[in-house]
Design a protein around this ligand. Structure first.
Ligand SMILES: CC(C)(COP(=O)(O)OP(=O)(O)OC[C@H]1O[C@@H](n2cnc3c(N)ncnc32)[C@H](O)[C@@H]1OP(=O)(O)O)[C@@H](O)C(=O)NCCC(=O)NCCS
Length: 134
């Protein structure tokens, strides 16, 4: 029997909006587009905002994976970072992060970057601690 699965097109941001900012001329690479390292750092901050809530205290970034730069980002773009809690371990918190930009004239939104960030809950000495222990 031949069974065809319906194709699902997800064109909406996944997760909660945890950070918004504007890309500035000082954030560009030599080609005039936004520098990937700057975007990465916005994503790190966006994920940390959610991780801080989940951990109810200090966190630090331990790993980044699956980074994809999907489209160049022009100067003056509204940068929206969406954070999606994927799992909570003993000391770690896995968060999927997407960056979307929006064209103010057409209202068209475009996902430009995605990746997964892992944060570890830490105590005042910077040592790992169980997520639900403050
Ligand atoms: C984060 C840190 C406190 C972890 O201490 P550690 O003793 O190495 O901890 P572990 O190896 O036991 O890992 C802790 C948790 O992170 C997870 N983890 C560690 N490395 C990982 C990786 N590469 N990918 C995914 N998860 C990872 C572990 O699975 C563990 O999760 P769990 O407790 O929920 O099961 C320590 O490595 C550190 O201080 N790193 C520097 C962090 C930093 O400065 N970040 C800023 C970037 S410049």
């Amino acid at each position: 029997m031949h069974c065809e699965m319906p194709m699902t097109v997800i064109d909406q941001p996944q997760g909660t909006l945890t950070l918004q900012t504007l890309s500035m001329p000082s954030d560009t690479n030599p080609l005039g587009d936004i520098f990937g390292g700057w975007l990465l750092s916005q994503m790190d901050i966006a994920g940390a905002i959610l991780a801080l809530e989940v951990a109810q205290g200090r966190v630090t970034t331990v790993a980044i994976s699956g980074m994809k730069f999907l489209h160049p980002v022009p100067v003056g773009s509204l940068i929206s970072c969406y954070s999606n809690l994927r799992s909570i371990g003993r000391t770690s918190i896995r968060i999927g992060i997407e960056v979307w930009i929006k064209d103010f004239k057409t209202h068209h939104r475009l996902k430009v970057t995605e990746g997964e960030f892992v944060y570890v809950a830490i105590d005042d000495e910077g040592k790992k601690r169980p997520v639900n222990e403050i």
